[in-house]
Design a protein around this ligand. Structure first.
Ligand SMILES: C[S@@+](CC[C@H](N)C(=O)[O-])C[C@H]1O[C@@H](n2cnc3c(N)ncnc32)[C@H](O)[C@@H]1O
Length: 286
């Protein structure tokens, strides 16, 4: 088995995702009131308030998908989504974009391994870690592998949450394609067992260690007492207001001295106002 650090960048992932969709520039966006009605209908159906997502990007994605399905109006699309569970699943996938990979931005995971995790484990006898918007679980399994290699996994409680039930099912199972495991870094191969030429299983000792739960980050109470929170590549489509609420809630969920680790294309503009101290790029301390 070959583990090659493919380290794909976000933008490449996203352009692949959108490759089958019509050019955004040619997408005709329906009037705002039609969208308001559609968002209300859908909010009830999937229990997710779409008004927290940036309008123009989300609307273009919705219309692109609708056009691809040959559906001509938002009303008709809402009716289809109410009756066709496959299309509803596709809609949620499009909306939440669950592209992820193991050790995404490996240099940052190395920093976590050499700086932040040892410091937290020195300061606290047990640590609690949360991957918020965990997608397929690659992020939290990367953390579990690092902790196990450090011999400290048993001192840690690991939680991973996502809005998308289907993606959580995959995360819990811990079964991945050869392509998906491609970014597992050298030295961590032992945590993956071969099922067949195409399927690989994360060591059950790691899968059983993680508590996977469904959670809408935009509309729920956050658990408290975390020493490390990872929320990476989740907020890109959120409005500024929604992001502010999220970062405030994460602050309240962290213990003093706890760390928030965000995505490599993200920054918290007003971090000082929330009480965060920027330690190094993408790592904020309470
Ligand atoms: C691009 S993935 C990021 C996965 C991982 N954190 C990483 O960086 O590789 C974004 C994830 O955020 C989740 N997400 C989007 N909106 C959410 C919400 N309101 N509540 C919880 N999860 C959400 C999506 O379902 C998706 O799995």
């Amino acid at each position: 088995m070959q583990f090659i650090g493919k380290n794909m960048e976000n933008n490449q992932d996203l352009s692949k995702f959108f490759a089958n969709m019509p050019n955004f520039n040619t997408v005709k966006i329906p009037p705002a009131e039609e969208f308001m009605k559609f968002k209300k209908d859908i909010a009830i159906l999937i229990n997710l308030d779409l008004t927290n997502y940036k309008n123009n990007q989300m609307e273009r994605r919705i219309v692109s998908l609708m056009n691809r399905l040959g559906i001509n109006s938002l009303d008709e699309y809402a009716r289809v989504l109410k009756t066709d569970s496959k299309k509803l699943e596709e809609f949620v996938n499009m909306l939440t974009i669950n592209v992820s990979e193991f050790f995404r931005n490996p240099e940052k995971f190395l920093e976590l391994e050499t700086t932040y995790l040892p410091a937290l484990l020195k300061k606290f006898s047990r640590i609690k870690i949360w991957s918020a918007g965990c997608s397929i679980g690659a992020e939290i399994y990367s953390i579990a592998m690092i902790l196990d290699k450090m011999g400290t996994l048993d001192k840690c409680e690991l939680v991973a949450t996502d809005f998308d039930q289907n993606i959580l099912r995959k995360a819990r199972e811990g079964i991945y394609s050869k392509y998906e495991i491609g970014t597992i870094q050298k030295g961590y191969e032992k945590y993956v067992q071969t099922i067949d030429a195409e399927k690989y299983q994360i060591n059950p000792r790691l899968t059983s260690k993680i508590r996977f739960e469904r959670q809408d980050l935009l509309n729920s109470k956050y658990e408290k007492g975390f020493h490390l929170i990872l929320c990476r590549n989740v907020v890109i489509y959120f409005t500024e207001d929604a992001k502010d609420r999220l970062y405030k809630n994460f602050y309240d969920s962290l213990v003093p001295g706890g760390i928030l680790f965000i995505g490599s294309t993200e920054r918290i503009n007003n971090h000082k106002a929330f009480g965060y101290n920027l330690k190094t790029s993408f790592f904020y301390e309470k």
